[in-house]
Unconditional design. Structure first.
Length: 242
């Protein structure tokens, strides 16, 4: 019996077309806590207004020569410490009488009494404020006009003045006020029964009339009508300049 020749090489099984690799879903970036009643990213880089990214739609106006500067995310508000600031016209949504959060990225260039944001008038009209003290700490304060420093909580570490950015957050849950630096709570104390509301503009980088101006840069200002949790504050810190 003759040996058959070698088996014919079988046709190779056709290689299936590889499933196309889906384009990677673009990274949505860090999660930002929802529900802001004010959100100014200062990313316009030109002009004299800054849009509010929240549903409130409260545009900020740059005043007295305030400029645009390099920020942590896009551009930031640049302030000369003499007369520059931004302000937002009064809105009901900005009159935070109870639970709230105020948040901003700040790059201070001097140690002085200066405001990051304020909806109150020094010694005259109650409200809320996030400021920098000439002693070197940052602070959250309510109702200064009627209560002095009763409702003031300061950071335990000094704010930088060497060109470093710092993330400052003040929260109030209706009972306790807290201040966070770079995502970490530093201090807390009991707050007032209610925070005073008013018809003043919201000042960013100064009081609403431009007094006590900040020298440096401000980026990613956010307001909420609720107290963010520690985890949510950490989310904001993980999103520089947002």
């Amino acid at each position: 019996r003759r040996h058959a020749g070698p088996d014919a090489t079988p046709d190779p099984t056709p290689t299936p077309d590889p499933t196309p690799t889906p384009d990677p879903t673009p990274d949505p970036g860090p999660t930002i806590p929802a529900g802001a009643v004010g959100a100014w990213g200062f990313d316009e880089g030109q002009g004299t207004t800054a849009a509010d990214g929240s549903t409130t739609g409260a545009t900020a106006s740059l005043r007295s020569g305030a400029t645009w500067a390099a920020g942590l995310s896009g551009t930031a508000l640049g302030l000369d410490g003499v007369d520059d600031f931004a302000r937002v016209d009064d809105r009901d949504a900005l009159d935070l009488a109870g639970a709230m959060t105020v948040s901003a990225w700040v790059r201070p260039e001097q140690k002085a009494t200066q405001y990051v944001l304020k909806k109150a008038a020094q010694g005259v009209t109650d409200g809320y404020e996030l400021g920098l003290a000439n002693g070197g700490t940052a602070f959250l304060r309510f109702n200064h006009a009627s209560s002095g420093d009763t409702y003031r909580v300061d950071t335990t570490t000094p704010y930088p003045t060497d060109g470093t950015w710092v993330h400052l957050v003040g929260t109030y849950d209706g009972t306790r006020m807290r201040i966070y630096v770079n995502g970490v709570e530093q201090a807390s104390k009991p707050g007032p029964a209610a925070v005073g509301t008013n018809a003043l503009r919201l000042g960013i980088g100064a009081e609403s009339d431009g007094t006590r101006p900040l020298k440096g840069r401000i980026d990613g200002v956010r307001l909420y009508d609720r107290a963010l949790s520690a985890a949510e504050v950490a989310q904001l810190y993980a999103a520089p300049g947002k």
